[in-house]
Ligand binder design. Structure first.
Ligand code: SF4
Length: 77
């Protein structure tokens, strides 16, 4: 299943777990808040995450302590 991803940044506690699990999908800003950077998505959730990264994406999702990584089967916007 191909998924789209976006971080609810208001709930992100800047722990870095998602970036460790999936550095090609999530990056951290200067404050440590995560954003989806895959293919220039800029956290809009409109870019399908590549099939070969789906496992990493799931690991990041599972590792987020605040469940602020949102996944969907269709684009967020
Ligand atoms: S794992 Fe969750 S709380 Fe931690 S930096 Fe990533 S999005 Fe934020």
């Amino acid at each position: 299943m191909i998924l789209f991803a976006s971080v609810n940044q208001e709930e992100c506690i800047a722990c870095g777990a998602c970036n460790s699990a999936a550095p090609d999908i999530f990056d951290l800003d200067d404050s440590g808040i995560a954003t989806v950077v895959f293919a220039g998505d800029n956290n809009r959730g409109v870019t399908a995450i590549a099939e070969e990264l789906q496992e990493e994406l799931q690991e990041a999702f599972d590792s987020c302590p605040t469940q602020c990584i949102q996944l969907a089967e269709s684009p967020f916007a």
